[in-house]
Structures are given as structure tokens and as C-alpha cells.
Design a binder for this molecule. Structure first.
Ligand code: CDP
Ligand code: CDP
Length: 225
């Protein structure tokens, strides 16, 4: 669509991707696509059905017979797995600790990327993940790579947990984040890496609004040109 662009936001866990992606999408009245939620939904289903997370073929077959939908609602985006609302369930510790093992399989990624690309054809989209700028939307008009120190990222998750009334331990969070980043960075298929043409933002000492403003200014530059 004329006058609309795609904004790809990648980076490691808890760098602030989804928070700022939502803000930017709201400002531009674009759709927001949380690709991590899609990998989480498949992971939830695989765990429930006792499908081995090591078996690429079994996971790929499971995904073939799975529907994953992201729907906007008044209270934020909702995630549906085979028509069931799994918005809360996909954030469990069990899913979080297993999702990277599911996401490393090439045939799982191939199917996911196809689904994600179908959502970007019309542009007017802000998509976040690990491989958006490198594989899902390699021709995105704006590419952003967010990062922050692991200490800061663990602290953010910790504060998020506390504010939701959950128990939380910074050291444990730090280990979980480090482990997931390691698997995501080292995998063979579409590893987490900054796209060459992505704008890198270290968010360690930036507020959410600071980061959103920087991304919006990149977007407005492109839209004006
Ligand atoms: O929000 P958080 O950083 O906890 O993670 P997420 O964005 O929900 O992604 C969960 C996991 O899905 C990541 O750690 C990756 O293993 C995988 N993922 C991926 O491989 N590719 C994407 N485009 C998005 C997520
Ligand atoms: O999507 P991703 O895993 O990259 O991170 P997130 O879930 O958007 O952000 C993790 C937490 O950090 C959220 O609670 C945000 O409010 C917070 N955050 C922050 O404190 N400062 C920023 N510059 C960005 C995010």
C-alpha cells in the first residue's frame, strides 16, 4: 500500500522489542505482529501433546495442522492457538525455557516465516522477533536492532514480574535470558543477528519513550522521502 512501510525490530530477550513495537504501531496506526508469540504457541502445543522438542519432523508436522492467530482486542493483542485463547499460557516459565529448542529447527522456521510474510504483504506493519530484518522482511523500509546489557534486561523482566504480582529472582532471570540468547544466536537456521542495514539502539539507559521516538523518527524519515 502506498505510503505505508514495514518496520522490523529484532534483538535479544527483554531488550524492549514488544513494548516499543506496540507503541510505534499505535502511533502510526499500523498492525503489530509478535512473532515470538507464534513460536511460543507451537511450543505450548508440543509440550501439551508430548511431542519431542528434539524431533524436527514431528514439530513440523504438528505445525502443519496448527492455526495460530494474533488478534487485536481492547486489552491488547490476543494469541489464539487452534481457536483457543492462549495469551497468558504462552508466557509460562515452561514455555519460555523451551521455546528456543523448538525455534531452532529449520523446517519449523520455514513454515513460520511463510505465515509471517503473509502478514506483511500489505505493509503498515511493525513486526518484532529475532530474524525479521534478516529473513522475514529483508526489504523492510526500517530495520531496528535493540539491545541492552543482560543485567538491565533481567532487571526489567524482574520489575515486570513484581508489578504483575509474581515471584521473581533476578539471578534466575539472568540465567534464563543468557541461555535463550545463546541458543538463539548459535543456531544454524536464521540465528539472532543484526541485519547489516539495521539501526542499532542500545536501550540500557533509555526509556521506552526514548526508544519509540528514535524508531518513529527513522520511520518518518522514510515516509517523507
Ligand atoms: O519476549 P521474549 O524476549 O521473551 O521472547 P519472544 O520474542 O517471545 O521469543 C521467544 C523465543 O522465540 C525466542 O527466544 C526465540 O527462540 C524464538 N523466536 C525466534 O526464533 N524467531 C523470532 N522471529 C521470534 C522468536
Ligand atoms: O519484547 P522484548 O522481550 O524485547 O522486551 P519487552 O517485553 O518489550 O520489555 C521488557 C520489559 O522492559 C518491559 O516491562 C518494558 O516495560 C521494559 N522496558 C524498559 O524498562 N525500558 C525500555 N527502554 C524498554 C523496555
Amino acid at each position: 500500500e502506498e505510503g505505508k512501510i514495514a518496520i522490523a525490530i529484532d534483538g535479544p530477550a527483554a531488550a524492549g522489542k514488544s513494548t516499543v513495537a506496540k507503541l510505534v504501531a499505535k502511533k502510526l496506526t499500523y498492525i503489530y505482529v509478535d512473532t515470538g508469540a507464534m513460536y511460543r504457541a507451537l511450543t505450548l502445543k508440543a509440550i501439551k501433546q508430548h511431542v519431542s522438542l528434539e524431533s524436527e519432523a514431528d514439530l513440523a508436522a504438528l505445525l502443519t495442522s496448527t492455526t495460530i492467530e494474533l488478534k487485536q482486542s481492547e486489552n491488547g493483542q490476543k494469541v489464539y492457538l487452534d481457536q483457543q485463547d492462549v495469551t497468558v499460557d504462552i508466557r509460562s516459565l515452561e514455555v519460555t525455557n523451551n521455546v528456543s529448542y523448538v525455534a531452532k529447527h529449520a523446517s519449523v522456521r520455514k513454515d513460520m516465516v511463510k505465515r509471517q510474510q503473509a502478514l506483511t504483504e500489505k505493509r503498515g506493519v511493525v513486526m518484532d522477533g529475532r530474524d525479521i530484518g534478516t529473513h522475514v522482511i529483508p526489504d523492510a523500509e526500517v530495520k531496528i536492532f535493540l539491545h541492552a546489557t543482560v543485567e538491565e534486561r533481567a532487571k526489567r523482566r524482574h520489575e515486570e514480574n513484581i508489578s504483575k504480582g509474581f515471584n521473581s529472582n533476578i539471578e534466575e532471570l539472568k540465567e534464563e535470558i543468557k541461555q535463550r540468547d545463546l541458543i538463539d544466536t548459535k543456531r544454524e537456521s536464521a540465528p539472532l543477528i543484526k541485519a547489516e542495514d539495521a539501526v542499532e539502539i542500545d536501550t540500557t539507559s533509555l526509556s521506552i519513550d526514548d526508544v519509540a521516538r528514535q524508531i518513529l523518527s527513522e520511520a518518518l524519515n522514510v515516509l517523507k522521502s
